[in-house]
Design a binder for this molecule. Sequence first.
Ligand SMILES: Cc1cc2nc3c(=O)[nH]c(=O)nc-3n(C[C@H](O)[C@H](O)[C@H](O)COP(=O)(O)O)c2cc1C
Length: 200
Amino acid sequence: MSVPTLHVLLVVGSLRENSITRVVLNAAAARLQAEDCQTDLLDLAAEPLPLYNPDTAYDAPAFATLKRRIEQADVFVLGTPDYHGSISSPMKNFLDHFWHEFAGKLFVTLVASHEKGLTATDQLRTVARQCTAWSLPYAVSFMDHTDVRDGQIVSPKLHDRLAMLVRDARVYGALLARQRHADLHGDEPGFLARRRQHPA
Ligand SMILES: Cc1cc2nc3c(=O)[nH]c(=O)nc-3n(C[C@H](O)[C@H](O)[C@H](O)COP(=O)(O)O)c2cc1C
């Protein structure tokens, strides 16, 4: 039996033209493609989302198309700069637009930070928990000059950590996608039972 292709959506949460988050997510996308994953890059600078308003968000012309991209994804690679120990507002705004679409899927987190980005990482993990998504048990953080310079990754350590992250995204993403599919189509009382389209 052939293994289904893993769909990975990568979200760039910095609007800055020379963003190092974008450099690292592009590198992660290239590695994922080399490992036979299907990737989709959502760069919030290139595809800005209106500020989330629950009264109007779902009627916006571009929403249905974006929702399909989110539904298709098995894994979300979320890259954010650390702003005041927090995730960026474009990243938070993106996350606020979705909820059930994340259930049972995997969050993989990367933070541009001078301080390891632990609090921003925790915030992404909180969103994952709140939306009944899984998250990798670690994040990758990086900083300008030391790790990324002139649009290039320059530190061997970041290369190594990205290789680990991409491998884990692929392996654990596939395991979770397989189980999510089984749970959505099965009749056991797991947490995904409530997401079944046609309950058994
Ligand atoms: C408003 C603002 C707040 C920031 N707060 C922090 C912070 O609390 N901790 C930190 O390590 N870096 C902080 N930074 C630095 C950014 O995280 C850093 O420059 C990062 O590389 C930006 O990512 P980008 O290049 O992808 O835009 C802040 C930058 C800005 C503009």
